[in-house]
Design a protein around this ligand. Structure first.
Ligand code: CS2
Length: 485
């Protein structure tokens, strides 16, 4: 079976939806994983299709492993997106990527692209851990060896290093203003990225850092965004199914739920793709959208994943079909998350929460608990702790957010050094020999994820220890009873 490429597509009687001869590169994307392909790339392609403006082709930079480059580069950047679940449309071939750069192998080319005069927007999906920030302070972790190497002038490999070095070259070349758009699940992702780049500049020696900082403040904007689409890891079986339907082999195929949403702060330093023509909402205030999504969807997702793993479920849909886990997620989002939010104008909170819970239940998606459970040390903070604080502040018990934290701790204790997390070694090092609640909970409270005031809050830590004990007893009946109380 031939591989998906421009030639093979045309030979099979189809053509790319965009006129590839007219396509120019206007966007550099860092982190060309599955989420980018199913979300950001689709919006950008749709914006070009809706307007006929083909100046927003994407230079796609792959993350740490060479695998994504091997998938995309031999296919002329083409890939398919296949929707699964109620209302799904036909598979589509996305043709918005003009080149694929191997991030780890070609760091200087990445810096060049960020500095190219034609680049007016840099977008990023590098996941929470890709920012290399201290989970507690949100500041750049300058002790991280990769960050240090970038600061010392090595060809940059971290996302913040690539951006800062690209901006520096842009400044030297006078290549004009640019906007850098974080599309990851962090609260205040734009401002956060802006301050990480400023931290990088501050850590450079003397005048070099000052110049970069001043130029960035003047010529670069970091809009906030809320991104939403559930995108599982593509499996070997998915690849075969796509091949059967397409008649070509697509190694870069992605699977996604039909739903997608993008809310973008309209604060751009230079021109931008007309994403509103592709269904994105461009607005002055993204925060309420971002917080609602993080505290309802992402928090609910994490709770289902960690509790689901303790209950032996492989997929999120299986968790959503389990009355005990589903009830816990329902109560977390309705009783704790929603009341803690300042909802965006026009968003009906309970209806939003129900729509999210229904999306979790999509049995066709195959989103695994293991994938959502990964990198918990980076996810607990933005997803759950603001809700814990808000519930405590109003004088209530954060029962359900404490349950999610306890389920995460249980997962960490069960996985030990095999836990998939950038802080795996730290977490494993903290684990005591005895794995009872009284031993584990106080130790993991010291992982550098929980702020001092929560570690010192007896109500919160007591609830976490209580739930940890219930989960650890492996008594599903008792867990179900507690959750129904
Ligand atoms: C998930 C998210 O893996 C995870 O942690 O919660 O990737 C989630 O699927 C997306 O944010 C949905 O928009």
């Amino acid at each position: 079976m031939s591989r998906l490429t421009l030639d093979s597509l045309v030979r099979s009687g189809r053509s790319p939806s965009l006129d590839r001869g007219a396509l120019r590169t206007g966007v550099v994307h860092l982190g060309a994983g599955a989420f980018f392909r199913a979300h950001t790339a689709v919006y950008t392609e749709d914006a070009m299709l809706a307007t006929g403006d083909t100046s927003w082709g994407i230079s796609a930079v792959t993350g740490r492993s060479a695998r994504v480059w091997e998938q995309m580069a031999p296919q002329d950047g083409l890939f398919t997106v296949t929707e699964r679940g109620p209302g799904s449309g036909a598979s589509r071939v996305v043709s918005a990527v003009t080149e694929t750069l191997a991030g780890p192998r070609d760091p200087l080319a990445v810096v060049e692209r960020v500095a190219a005069p034609g680049t007016r927007v840099v977008t990023l999906t590098v996941t929470e851990k890709g920012y290399r920030a201290d989970p507690l302070t949100g500041r750049l972790d300058v002790r991280d060896p990769a960050v240090r190497a970038d600061l010392e002038g090595a060809p940059p490999l971290t996302a913040v290093g690539r951006i800062a070095r690209g901006l520096q070259l842009r400044m030297l070349r006078d290549a004009g203003p640019v906007s850098v758009v974080s599309c990851d699940n962090l609260s205040g992702n734009g401002d956060r990225l802006g301050s990480l780049v400023a931290d990088f500049a501050d850590a450079l020696p003397g005048a070099e850092g000052e110049r970069l900082r001043a130029w960035t403040a003047e010529s670069v904007s970091f809009p906030d965004t809320m991104v939403d689409r559930m995108v599982p890891a593509t499996t070997a079986e998915d690849l075969d199914l796509v091949e059967g339907a397409l008649g070509l082999r697509d190694e870069a195929a992605v699977i996604a739920e039909p739903f997608r949403q993008w809310v973008v702060e309209d604060r751009f330093a230079a021109a931008r793709p007309p994403w509103e023509r592709a269904g994105a909402l461009l607005t002055g205030d993204v925060r309420p959208w971002e917080e609602a999504k993080l505290r309802v969807l992402n928090a609910g997702h994490s709770l289902l994943a960690y509790l689901g793993l303790a209950l032996g479920h492989r997929t999120i849909a299986a968790c959503a079909a389990d009355p005990v886990a589903a009830e816990a997620a329902h109560r977390l989002v309705h009783e704790e998350a929603l009341p803690s939010l300042r909802l965006p104008d026009g968003l009906d909170g309970p209806a939003y929460a129900e729509s999210v819970l229904a999306r979790f239940a999509n049995p066709a998606l195959g989103h695994t608990t293991a994938k959502v459970a990964a990198d918990g040390s980076q996810k607990i903070g933005p997803r759950l702790l603001p809700t814990v604080r808000a519930v405590l502040d109003r004088g209530d018990e954060p029962r359900w957010s404490a349950l999610a934290v306890a389920a995460w701790m249980h997962h960490v204790a069960a996985a030990g050094p095999r836990v998939e997390d950038p802080l795996a070694a730290t977490l494993a090092g903290l684990l005591p020999d005895r794995r009872r609640a009284a031993d584990v909970v106080p130790r993991l409270m010291e992982a550098g994820i929980f702020p001092g005031e929560l570690v010192a809050d007896g109500l919160f830590t007591g609830l976490v220890a209580h739930w940890y004990g219930v989960i650890d007893s492996a008594d599903t009946l008792a867990l179900g009873k507690e959750i129904a109380l």
